[in-house]
Design a binder for this molecule. Structure first.
Ligand SMILES: CC(C)(COP(=O)(O)OP(=O)(O)OC[C@H]1O[C@@H](n2cnc3c(N)ncnc32)[C@H](O)[C@@H]1OP(=O)(O)O)[C@@H](O)C(=O)NCCC(=O)NCCS
Length: 165
């Protein structure tokens, strides 16, 4: 952990909605995850913009930002539409969380979800699905810690669901 006075560990991190100006920073986080062997899906700016920032089904996309404005991670929530390729029940929220390896294990993922829960409640989604690779133990442990529970297992995938009580 970096404990330098102005190092990442001591910086104040803020959570705010993503804007188009964040495209490059979000893409960089995805590229860092690819380089770390934690992602195989696209990470370019066009994918970032269409998938997260200007996704027509976006409920919210939050970024975690340090004091210098650098994006350390983000979380997206979108509405599952009928016939979606993931097989998520129509109307549910679909969540994705990506934290830069240089900022992992510092509670950013948990903070993003605390903010997102409020948004999801206000949006009235009945449940949230996380669609996680079956070999992604870290992702599964993260969502399990937040209260998600496994409810279906498509080939090569573990789907965890968060239900509002
Ligand atoms: C999984 C991921 C989102 C976790 O983000 P994070 O900011 O490091 O998570 P946090 O520090 O907020 O951890 C919250 C809780 O999740 C659990 N957790 C997180 N990472 C974990 C790991 N590697 N192993 C076991 N549990 C883990 C812990 O219970 C943790 O609570 P604790 O620190 O009090 O024990 C992040 O590592 C990541 O982006 N991974 C690559 C992309 C990915 O797999 N995303 C999920 C599938 S979409």
């Amino acid at each position: 952990m970096n404990t330098a006075p102005n190092g990442p560990a001591t910086m104040a991190i803020s959570i705010r909605p993503a804007t188009r100006a964040d495209t490059e920073g979000i893409s960089r986080v995805l590229q860092e995850l690819v380089a770390a062997g934690k992602r195989i899906r696209p990470s370019d700016q066009e994918f970032t913009r269409t998938q997260y920032i200007e996704n027509p089904h976006r409920i919210q996309c939050f970024v975690a930002v340090d004091e210098d404005g650098a994006i350390l991670g983000f979380q997206s929530l979108s509405t599952a539409v009928e016939g979606n390729v993931y097989g998520t029940p129509t109307g549910w929220g679909m969540i994705g969380t990506h934290i830069s390896p240089r900022a992992a294990h510092r509670g950013l993922g948990a903070r993003l979800f605390t903010a997102m829960l409020d948004v999801a409640r206000q949006a009235g989604v009945p449940a949230i699905e996380a669609y996680i690779g079956a070999t992604n133990q870290e992702g599964q442990a993260y969502y399990e810690a937040l209260g998600f529970r496994t409810y279906r297992r498509p080939d090569g995938v573990v789907c965890k669901c968060y239900e509002f009580r």
